[in-house]
Design a protein around this ligand. Structure first.
Ligand SMILES: Cc1cc2nc3c(=O)[nH]c(=O)nc-3n(C[C@H](O)[C@H](O)[C@H](O)COP(=O)(O)OP(=O)(O)OC[C@H]3O[C@@H](n4cnc5c(N)ncnc54)[C@H](O)[C@@H]3O)c2cc1C
Length: 384
């Protein structure tokens, strides 16, 4: 496997680690218990150049790559998975996609505000009656003079209660087109924030579009080319978001090794018991295997090919493993693991989202199996 990180990435990791330890670790529990979204930290991440990390400097970004974005996700996921989720929705799903697919005018007008954190962004694909089957969306943009009229709604959208700019997919006739929608647009409204099991502090909500007039310059990319944008975006989203769950798994494992080496029962620390050792061994091997799969998918994302198989395989295995590792971490902590005061309890609730967001586990399995069959039919081999 090609190495994904260079010296610059290593330095960035140290900077991000220091930042999350100083600024986020002390409020990580509050983010969960109070369902608190720390807007000021988002702005600070903007000032540090983390929000627009994949965007060139001329548009207010840091001019780095997906490996840089992935390692920020991992370090955030280690300390505060909900903040990592909001970061991913803003920096990857919305900002990176807008930069890659947007016009020069959109890059100049919107991208710097999203890079600095002055604006918060969301990507809106899911609707009340279309989740896994995203292309069954009902939100529609119909030609109106020289522009479009947008009607419909979106739900379960990360950052929606706070966002200023939305990357919205709509049906345009038989095809699909993404549009920029702004919170100040006439006819735009949003629902209240959902209360969630986990990922609390990452605000999730609904959006409503009531005959919003959109001029043609709000089209992102080419009219009717939305299907390609959705599919490419989902690949990048799967790779980047998988790193949240890698960070979460690392934290749950570390807490477990530490606890097992201190907690005494029957006159010895519990890490001397073979059944606990078996747990730690499986947790570690699944964590390491997840890292290889995530980094393999990341290495392929950096290149020109849009490798759907690696992206789906990486997040499929990593999300399942993070939930398994967090569940075992609770078990290793015994009764204390079940208490709200213990971090592993929060990590388990956060881990569950990994199998739902960015396409569910079931859809990822479908993609992997479909790609295997396709490759075998084509070449008589399974892909390496
Ligand atoms: C916290 C959170 C944040 C989110 N953030 C965003 C966001 O920022 N932007 C956005 O657009 N969306 C977002 N989502 C939505 C998320 O992408 C969807 O919830 C997800 O794609 C599943 O869609 P659904 O909830 O409608 O479930 P459904 O599609 O209704 O699925 C229900 C169940 O049926 C299974 N199922 C469905 N179809 C199939 C099939 N063909 N084969 C086998 N099983 C199937 C699913 O796997 C699942 O288990 C978020 C969701 C959550 C919970």
């Amino acid at each position: 496997m090609q190495p994904v990180y260079n010296e610059t990435h290593m330095e960035l990791r140290e900077t991000v680690r220091e930042f999350v330890k100083r600024k986020i670790q002390p409020i990580a529990s509050r983010i969960d218990t109070e369902d608190y979204f720390p807007e000021e930290i988002f702005k600070e991440m903007g000032r540090l150049g983390l929000l627009g990390i994949t965007v060139p400097e001329e548009y207010g970004g840091s001019g780095m790559d997906y490996a840089a974005q992935a390692l920020v996700e991992e370090e955030l996921g280690y300390v505060s998975p909900p903040l990592a989720l909001s970061y991913g929705a803003h920096s990857n799903l919305c900002l990176d996609s807008l930069y890659r697919n947007g016009s020069i005018q959109q890059r100049e007008e919107y991208v710097p505000k999203l890079c600095s954190g002055e604006w918060i962004g969301s990507l809106a694909l899911t609707e009340p009656s279309s989740g896994s089957d995203a292309l069954a969306m009902k939100t529609e943009a119909v030609r109106d003079g020289d522009g479009f009229l947008l009607n419909g709604s979106k739900t379960l959208i990360t950052n929606a209660p706070y966002s200023d700019l939305f990357f919205v997919y709509a049906r345009t006739g038989k095809e699909y087109t993404p549009f920029v929608v702004l919170s100040g647009d006439k006819g735009f409204s949003r629902g209240s924030k959902f209360s969630k099991m986990g990922m609390r502090g990452s605000p999730t909500g609904e959006l409503f579009f009531d005959s919003i007039h959109l001029t043609r310059d709000r089209i992102i990319g080419k009219e009717n080319d939305g299907k390609n944008v959705i599919l490419n975006g989902l690949n990048s989203e799967r790779v980047i978001l998988s790193f949240i769950f890698l960070g979460l798994a690392r934290r749950a494992l570390e807490l477990s090794v530490s606890y097992a080496s201190e907690r005494k029962q029957g006159g010895q620390t519990i890490d001397r018991y073979e059944l606990v050792q078996e747990k730690l061994a499986y947790m570690y091997s699944r964590y390491r295997a997840s890292r290889f799969l995530c980094e393999d998918a990341l290495a392929k994302l950096k290149g020109s090919s849009k490798d759907g198989l690696s992206a789906a395989t990486g997040i499929l295995y990593t999300a399942e493993s993070a939930e398994y590792i967090a569940r075992e971490a609770v078990q290793i902590h015994g009764g204390y693991g079940y208490l709200r005061d213990f971090e592993v309890e929060r990590l388990l609730r956060d881990a569950i989202l990994g199998q739902i967001g960015a396409g569910t586990t079931e859809i990822r399995k479908h993609i992997v199996a479909r790609e295997l069959s396709k490759s075998f039919l084509h070449s008589g081999k399974i892909p390496e």
